[in-house]
Write a new protein. Structure first.
Ligand code: SAM
Length: 273
C-alpha cells in the first residue's frame, strides 16, 4: 500500500490501530526533522499539516510528522484512557499505561528522540528553545488532556516540559502545533524566503520594524517617506531604529534582558534617522 500523503486525510486502518494514524512525509529520504505526536485528537492536526507553508514543508520532505493515537494503546475493553484521581478532586487523569505504551511506540518510530510534554507547568517556550529544537533530529510531543497525565509518566518518560503560555488550555495539541510551526520555519528549506528570518521579531531580542505595502495612502495614512525613497542604507537604518523604538515601547522586558548596545543608543539619538 502506498504511504499516505499530504492532501489525503487518511484513517490508515482502524482508528485505534497501533500505528501512526497518518504519516505526513513525502519524497526525500533524508529529513531535517522527524516529529512524533502522541495525542487523543490526531484529527486536529490534519488540516494544520496540510495547509500553507507547513503543508508545503511536509510536501517537500523538510519535516516528517507521525501522529500516534494514544487511545490505540489502551488495552481495556472500552478503550478508556482516563480514570478518577487518587485522593479525590474534580476531573479525570490520563492513565499511565496507554501513555507509556504510546511513548514506547513513538521511540521505535523515532529512536533517540527526547520526549517533550506540553504542560502549563513547564518553562515558557521561547524562540531560543525553538532554535535548539530545530537543530535536533527528532522530538516526541506528548499531549495531555483532562486534568493532565499520571505523574509517574512524567517521572519515567518525559525529558522536558514545555508551556506555550501562562494560561491553561483543554489540551496540549495547540502547543504541539505551535512548536511544529515554529521549528519548521527555521529548518533549512522550511521557509519560502530565507531572508525573512534574519530581521524578524525575537532575533537578537528585538522586535521587527513596521511593515507596509500598497497602496501608498490608506484611509488618509501615508507610507513613511523613507520607504519609497529607494535609498537602501537609509531604509535599513530607519527600520533598525523603528524596531528598537517598538521594542522599548511594547516589550521593555526584552531591553532589560538584552540591554541596548552603544551602537543602538547612537542610532536612537540620531535626529536624522
Ligand atoms: N491540571 C493541570 C494543571 O493545573 O497543571 C492542567 C491540565 S490541562 C486542563 C490539560 C492538558 O492541556 C495538560 O496536560 C497539557 O498537556 C495541556 N496544556 C494546558 N495548558 C497548557 C499550556 N499553557 N502549555 C502547554 N500545554 C498546556
Amino acid at each position: 500500500m502506498e504511504a499516505p500523503h499530504v492532501g489525503q486525510v487518511t484513517k490508515a486502518g482502524p482508528i485505534f490501530a497501533k500505528a501512526p494514524v497518518s504519516v505526513y512525509q513525502r519524497g526525500r529520504k533524508t529529513l531535517d526533522m522527524h516529529v512524533v505526536v502522541c495525542t487523543l485528537f490526531p484529527e486536529l492536526f490534519e488540516p494544520f499539516l496540510r495547509e500553507g507553508l507547513m503543508g508545503k514543508a511536509i510536501e517537500r520532505g523538510v519535516i516528517r510528522v507521525d501522529l500516534l493515537h494514544i487511545r490505540a494503546f489502551s488495552n481495556n475493553k472500552h478503550n478508556r484512557v482516563d480514570d478518577v484521581p487518587y485522593g479525590g478532586g474534580p476531573g479525570m487523569v490520563m492513565k499511565p499505561e496507554p501513555l507509556s505504551d504510546c511513548i514506547r511506540a513513538a521511540r521505535e518510530i523515532c529512536p533517540g528522540a527526547p520526549v517533550a510534554y506540553l504542560s502549563p507547568q513547564g518553562p515558557l517556550l521561547t524562540q531560543r528553545r525553538v532554535e535548539e529544537i530545530s537543530r535536533m533530529e527528532g522530538i516526541i510531543l506528548l499531549n495531555g488532556r483532562y486534568e493532565g497525565i499520571d505523574e509517574r509518566v512524567i517521572a519515567r518518560y518525559v525529558d522536558e516540559e514545555i508551556s506555550i503560555g501562562d494560561y491553561v488550555l483543554y489540551g496540549g495539541e495547540l502547543g504541539s502545533m505551535v512548536i511544529l510551526e515554529a521549528i519548521t520555519r527555521l529548518l533549512p528549506e522550511g521557509l519560502g524566503n530565507r531572508d525573512s528570518l534574519s530581521e524578524e521579531s525575537m532575533e537578537n531580542g528585538r522586535l521587527e520594524y513596521p511593515q507596509y505595502t500598497r497602496p501608498p495612502v490608506f484611509e488618509g495614512m501615508e507610507v513613511p517617506e523613507v520607504l519609497i525613497s529607494g535609498h537602501h542604507a537609509r531604509i535599513a537604518r530607519w527600520r533598525r531604529k523603528q524596531g528598537l523604538l517598538r521594542t522599548i515601547r511594547k516589550r521593555p522586558d526584552l531591553i532589560e534582558k538584552y540591554p541596548l548596545t552603544p551602537e543602538e543608543t547612537e542610532l536612537l539619538e540620531d535626529p536624522d534617522t
